[in-house]
Design a protein around this ligand. Structure first.
Ligand code: LMR
Length: 328
């Protein structure tokens, strides 16, 4: 009933456009938390849905629930394991309960850009990470890109000292908590859907996110400005349950895997452009974007990079070294 009500609401507001599934089709519910347009994940999820529903008629049917309408990221992995949804794509920061390996993606200044992230994810080490939670019942199907993170706050952020004492929303990751501690800021873990209200009401002073999320969630409207730090990355694991995946008929699993691979390659190649457009849209809407001199940026590096040492045992010194090769 709840889902039916949510569906009716979504249809009415025109934000979800999925086909009604026919009898006999395997239903694949895909829950995620971002908006659908001008967003790397939203666009990729819509394309995946469209291709599955066009090409797998009579076999499978996909329903995408965006904007946290079905689950927040802190609930969705449990929902996957319970069989309430079949696909999700939480950011890599949100798997801490299941694996510590992904902490490498949260370490500040680990990757210089999304191309470096892409290179590492496509290495043997990266590809193995998709299978690192199989024992816990989760299987990664693909890495999807969003982009590099920027800081925003209710006052200008130019030097690390400017963040001192401010409350920052972070995703549910202890690495990100340590990163904000290193700045002398007060980190607060919070669901994505709550951030706009918290910034607006002043429950938190600032946050870190990609251009597409800062634009899509309108964070820039309730912040003094955004500083282009590119200090970290938000990327996603498209994840399913091993129970669902292993239970699929072979032909369905193979076709789904092929569509997933093609959508991943097509949309990952566009993620940087989507974020650049979101950044421009913020500026066009009157949002303030601040850039740093190389000297100013280096001060953020000096303040935050010591966090690596704390998590080296979790992520592996060899993996850190390998990741650095992709920054060359
Ligand atoms: C966040 O919580 O800030 C992001 O992980 C949201 C998202 O899915 O991009």
């Amino acid at each position: 009933l709840l889902v039916a009500a949510a569906t009716a609401l979504l249809m009415a507001s025109g934000t979800a456009a999925y086909a009604q599934c026919d009898a006999g089709e395997i239903v694949i519910k895909f829950s995620h938390v971002t908006n659908t347009d001008k967003h790397p994940k939203g666009i990729a999820a819509s394309l995946l849905q469209q291709r599955v529903n066009d090409e797998m008629q009579g076999k499978a049917c996909m329903e995408v629930y965006p904007n946290s309408t079905l689950y927040n990221d802190d609930k969705v992995l449990e929902a996957l394991l319970n069989g309430d949804v079949q696909l999700a794509a939480p950011s890599l920061s949100k798997f801490e309960q299941f694996t510590k390996q992904f902490r490498i993606f949260d370490l500040p200044f680990m990757f210089k850009d999304i191309d470096a992230v892409d290179g590492f994810q496509n290495s043997d080490t990266g590809q193995k990470m998709k299978e690192s939670m199989k024992k816990r019942g989760l299987l990664g199907l693909a890495f999807w890109h969003n982009g590099m993170k920027q800081f925003s706050a209710n006052k200008p952020l130019i030097l690390p000292e400017d963040a001192k004492g401010l409350k920052f929303r972070v995703q549910s990751s202890d690495v990100l908590v340590a990163q904000m501690d290193a700045l002398g800021a007060n980190p607060q873990k919070m669901a994505f859907s709550e951030v706009y209200g918290a910034l607006q009401q002043g429950t938190v002073d600032g946050q870190e996110n990609t251009w597409s999320n800062i634009y899509g969630q309108k964070f820039f409207e309730v912040q003094d400005g955004t500083t282009e730090t590119n200090h970290g990355v938000i990327d996603y694991l498209v994840v399913t349950s091993t129970g669902f995946w292993d239970g699929l008929p072979d032909d369905v699993r193979t076709q789904l895997a092929t569509i997933m691979k093609e959508v991943t390659e097509a949309r990952n190649a566009e993620s940087t452009k989507v974020n650049a457009e979101a950044k421009q849209a913020i500026i066009d809407a009157g949002g303030v974007v601040r850039t740093l001199t190389p000297e100013e940026r280096q001060k953020w590096v000096d303040a935050m990079k010591p966090v690596w040492a704390k998590f080296e045992a979790d992520v592996g010194a060899d993996n850190i070294a390998e990741a650095q090769n992709f920054n060359m």
